[in-house]
Write a protein that binds this ligand. Sequence first.
Ligand code: PLP
Length: 388
Amino acid sequence: MKWHYRCATCGTTYDIVPGRYLCERCAQAQQADRPLEGILEAQWEGEAQPRGIPLPVEPEWFPAIPVGNTPLWAPQRLRREFAAPGLWLKDDSCNPSGSFKDRASYLVAAFAKKHRLREVVLASTGNAASSMAAVGAAADLAVKVFLPAAAPIAKRIQVLQYGAELVSVDGNYDQAFDLSLGYSKKSGSLSRNTAYNPLTIEGKKTVAFEIVEDLLAAGAGAPGHVFVPAGDGVILAGVYKGFEDLLKLGRIGKIPVIWACQATGSSAIARAWSSAASGSDAFCAPKPSKTVADSIAVDVPRNGVHALGKLRRHGGQAVLVSDPEILAAQRTLAAGSGLFAEPSSSAAFAGWLKVRDRLPQEEDCVVLITGTGLKDIASAARGLGLST
Ligand SMILES: *Cc1c(COP(=O)(O)O)cnc(C)c1O
């Protein structure tokens, strides 16, 4: 099996080597305050193994920390109460740092080990930082994170407990992103910035493989619908990449309908999806984000163009949910299933609640729970009418 990067826009291929992040040609079209241009995808040629997940870094480089293989389970009480026999929860809050981000950090850490790189640097709204810090600790990598000062306290404490260096940014995520890129360019450290490092997308695809394998083991087929919370759109693109690979391998017959679930206060991808424009033009009117779901609050979705392309190509959907709907869904999910999810993940469940009447009852619907509710107690308290 031979691996390379391929530009999702122009198809130019590149070796998968340190320092390669974007397509040289397409990145020149980058405009300020727009999603990244020239996003690269990892692709392979030749025979894939008949089982398992094809990845561009060999298994021996992955650190010893149990990322992925999270539970996919049937919430019987919610199924009954909502007459939804096909409802499944994929609980990625069970990852070591408590979020889905560990899937990306795990592949990035393996890549760093393989190439003997010592430091990983990134900007984050919180979860990518705590995740890279955790996986970096297991892999014995130095980790430096640029985090907006307003990030939830639990995520900041995680970063420090895992022994990473925290640079508090007096600004938003978009500013932290630019600062971290400046630092990685200057220092030569490996950037784990989401979307910018193509391995963040590739690492996130593993969830699709697990969903399909677990549903088969449970006697069901491939899922009909998958509900994904979307901020930068990297989880969205990663989930799609996984299903594209599964289709290429002949392990599924078609790609499920993916629902991009966004907060009304941070809705760039949904707005682009319903606009008539394409590419970067669909993102020409950025709005400052404001939502209780901090992990999906972005002004400019870094992977917007790439995620929008996949959403359109594969007949995906977008659904918007308000902050009150997110907080209500958080309680409905916790009290009805025993799974306490952070607001961003609750947005995916809120999205399902909103459109479930339109879905055929017999189809399997997977809601991706991307982070634990314990990461943001203040918002959860707000949902209960309490102050902290
Ligand atoms: C990062 C994150 C998301 C959104 O992922 P994007 O790739 O930015 O769209 C959703 N939920 C949680 C818990 C996250 O940490």
